[in-house]
Ligand binder design. Sequence first.
Ligand SMILES: NC(=O)c1ccc[n+]([C@@H]2O[C@H](COP(=O)([O-])OP(=O)(O)OC[C@H]3O[C@@H](n4cnc5c(N)ncnc54)[C@H](O)[C@@H]3O)[C@@H](O)[C@H]2O)c1
Ligand SMILES: [Zn+2]
Ligand SMILES: [Zn+2]
Length: 382
Amino acid sequence: MRAMVYRGPYRVRVEEKDRPRIEHPNDAIVRVTLAAICGSDLHLYHGLMPDTRVGMTFGHEFIGVVEEVGGSVQSVKPGDRVMVPFNISCGSCFYCARGMLANCHNVNPNATAVGGIYGYSHTTGGYDGGQAEYVRVPFADVGPTLIPDWMHDEDAVLLTDATATGYFGAQLGDIREGDVVVVFGAGPVGLVAAQSAWLMGAGRVIVVDHLDYRLEKARTFAHAETVDFTEHDDVVVHLKRITDHLGADVAIDAVGAEADGNLRQHVAAAKLKLQGGSAVALNWAIDSVRKGATISVMGAYGPIPNSVKFGDAMNKGLTLRMNQCPVKRQWPRLFEHVRNGHLTPRDLVTHRIPLEHIAEGYHIFSSKLDECIKPLVVPNAA
Ligand SMILES: NC(=O)c1ccc[n+]([C@@H]2O[C@H](COP(=O)([O-])OP(=O)(O)OC[C@H]3O[C@@H](n4cnc5c(N)ncnc54)[C@H](O)[C@@H]3O)[C@@H](O)[C@H]2O)c1
Ligand SMILES: [Zn+2]
Ligand SMILES: [Zn+2]
């Protein structure tokens, strides 16, 4: 089959690979009909995630058709159209039983922290992902779900990660009626978090980024106020100024460890590798919220430590909440929100790239060219 393959930092290409096979009675093989590139894939693409092995196929946001199932699979059968959460979960361990589907203890030999994720390095189990014609889906009775007839494929694929994560980001913000919510990052995750914040009663939603076209999207898609951090000497002071000098009630970090905006941090992280990325956006969140605020961290940080202003967070009495999104737990609510038009995932899609051209897709998305917000990948076999 044809599959995206990692060759080293900033180098991906499409290669011929063996078609995945059923390795366990709980497995299914899914023929991918649509995949996406996520902001998280960029951390791998940039060589920032430890143990990202050459030869791995990325892709944790995908939908497809069940091709084959193992002997014990009961809830899906060949021919079913399914959406597959980015988390791989066993469904029955201590964590899965408590709904912590992103922290399953049975699917990742390194499972002290995160559980299993498709195509996301050996730190999350070393599973090949869905930017390919076929993918092996373990625990097929747990994750994959039939795509409802009324649901558009492009909504379904974004519900397997970006939309679920943005919504989860707003949920972890514990937003109360009338709250001022600041979202750092106007990528797909931040845009959905901003859109979702209104559903949870926000009184004001402010999105911070430095890419004009994405801030424009924050205004039209999420009806948010916007702040371009490059227009202010100190974006924290500006955010204080526009929030009664107290600060926002809730901040959502939808940037993660590759934040721009602080040269010193950038050099320490990206150039000298002194820390596992730059926590600038998280530190801006800690500085700009009011005392007693809640910060929800959706941006990805790897296992290597970062310089986070923990003392300030402590002394301000902040609540920090975070995790990888337990995607499937969000679906019942999200299906309703998509069905009634409160959430509009497919409005984020800017590019539809044939699998054969995926290298170009990574380049465009990584360099934020051509007003790219969300690139989808269309496999050949579809
Ligand atoms: N927790 C989860 O389950 C989960 C799931 C999906 C994605 N993620 C993470 O969420 C983050 C966002 O994902 P995405 O797909 O939207 O990525 P993206 O790369 O498209 O968006 C990131 C945005 O942040 C902006 N940005 C950079 N530095 C900033 C700063 N200092 N302040 C404000 N904005 C800044 C960039 O310009 C960009 O628009 C990534 O770190 C990704 O790994 C986490
Ligand atoms: Zn993702
Ligand atoms: Zn489990």
